[in-house]
Unconditional design. Structure first.
Length: 95
């Protein structure tokens, strides 16, 4: 089963990067990550925080986290979507 982890973000660059690093070392491997970036200036170099999984960086206007989640859902082909906030820390067995 393929998963997509969907993370809407706005003005939490450092926290988001920590979340990506936590996701990068998950025991479960068949997933990708969608960062829906609602910052005024899109974030850069996010892939360096997620080296082992595909990262989809989706800039969009700041319309709220619900809009960000819906944008990613409409684009992913995963069987299951997992929603996390941009400021969470997750254990390596989270997925």
């Amino acid at each position: 089963m393929k998963l997509s982890v969907i993370i809407p973000t706005r003005v939490r660059d450092a926290c988001l990067r920590q979340t990506l690093e936590d996701l990068d070392v998950q025991d479960f491997e068949n997933f990708d990550v969608w960062v829906v970036d609602q910052n005024d200036q899109p974030l850069t170099n996010l892939q360096k925080n997620l080296k082992n999984h595909k990262l989809h960086h989706e800039p969009m206007p700041p319309l709220g986290s619900h809009a960000g989640r819906n944008r990613a859902i409409s684009k992913t082909d995963a069987e299951l979507c997992v929603f996390v906030d941009d400021d969470v820390r997750v254990a390596k067995n989270f997925l």
